[in-house]
Design a protein around this ligand. Sequence first.
Ligand code: NAD
Ligand code: G6P
Ligand code: MN
Length: 446
Amino acid sequence: MNKKNAFSISIAGGGSTYTPEIILMLLENLDRFPIRKIIFYDNDYERQKLVADACEIILRERAPEIEFLSTTNPKDGFTDIDFVMAHIRVGKYEMREKDEKIPLEHGIVGQETCGPGGIAYGLRSITGVVELIDYMEEYSPNAWMLNYSNPASIVAEGVRVLRPDSKVLNICDMPIDIEERMAVIAGLESRKDMTVRYYGLNHFGWWDDIRDKDGNDLMPVIKKYVLENGYNLELLNKEVRLNDPDWLDTYRFAKEVYRLDTETLPTTYFKYYLFSDYAVKHTDKNYTRANQVMDGREKRVFDECSTIVEKNTAKETNLEIGVHASYIVDLARALAFNTHERMLLIVENKGAICGVDPTAMVEIPCIVGANGPEPLSIGEIPTFQRGLIQQQLAVEKLAVEAYVEESYQKLWQALTLSRTMGDADLAKVILDELIEANIDYWPNLK
Ligand code: NAD
Ligand code: G6P
Ligand code: MN
């Protein structure tokens, strides 16, 4: 990509609850990443309109030089674009609720990206994300897509198989969030004062080396804290989104996950895979995370957007900046300005993690420049981690094969193999209910 004075961005999933905080974050970073145009694209006109009307006011007041457009027309949404920032949720919260409640009704983990619900979401998302890629390639063939639509692992595998040459980078904010906590624990100002080694699949990985810029090992001090508190940190819980009983439990619970392997530091999502009984027992099957988010974040963000529109000003808005979403700007800058920043991305393994399928989409450190990411080598990993990764990888690959081949059998195998699942008969019952719920979204499985 050529150096430019200012960039044009399309936000796909303009109606997302995260869009206003991304806009505020982009405005905060204009000196590092100048923007000439922002386009919102969504396939739900009504949902996007409220968010777009509010963001238009924010932009008018804070950066009137930025051209703004909101559209449901793909041609307008993707023409003259340098970067697509994609955060769509195919099926919206209505389907997230089903992903969570259907397995839970049978005593199985019901979670956005883990287990049967994650697989169900994956089969919906592949279609939506591939559609966005095709629009981008048709109308702005030189653009990059920075995708954080979930479930990132299955989406990344689907894109690898279906659009192998596309310029798409998949990234997740969970390691960023945890690293911010680690930096505070280690007494540093920023996660950028640390250099980390991390490996695994998305929402399924471990840190095995964390150092400060002088090369001092920070693992011991962080481990000591995590053993007692998990990643729970009073200081950081002020952020509204995270000051939420569910997230607090997840951060705290990381100490139980850590006890299972004290050589590494885990991501929070192992709560669902390795402590499934706990996760099920601590979820209200009638009021799941989707309900909490609809009554919480969605209501809060949409109410605030309405207020901005009613007052026709955002001068006193209490919308928060998505602080750790600034990794998206870091990634865009790395591509645009060849910064060679070290970042965790979801990329094809190609031997980086020994003993793991070379075609696995793994989450590992990469050096990112104008040509894209150059993954760093991880080498050998312990048996425990390798075993878990192989199993989860097979689940994700089977899910994508099932999608591509329209195979009922493979999707049944995928559900059965998930560590959140016990029994094949039960997997079939859950699968049949998920097929019915996803009738408008999934391929017709044979
Ligand atoms: P949301 O439902 O509020 O917003 C998603 C938007 O996508 C909706 O406005 C919807 O209409 C739109 N959409 C759905 N299908 C579409 C399609 N085919 N084309 C265009 N637009 C489409 O969801 P949210 O909670 O704000 O989350 C958005 C996405 O970001 C989800 O996939 C979520 O899992 C993901 N997310 C990822 C990370 C990460 O770190 N990877 C962090 C936060 C959220
Ligand atoms: C983290 C993960 C995302 C996930 C989100 C769910 O940020 O990295 O991938 O979508 O949590 O949060 P929520 O508040 O919607 O349950
Ligand atoms: Mn994530």
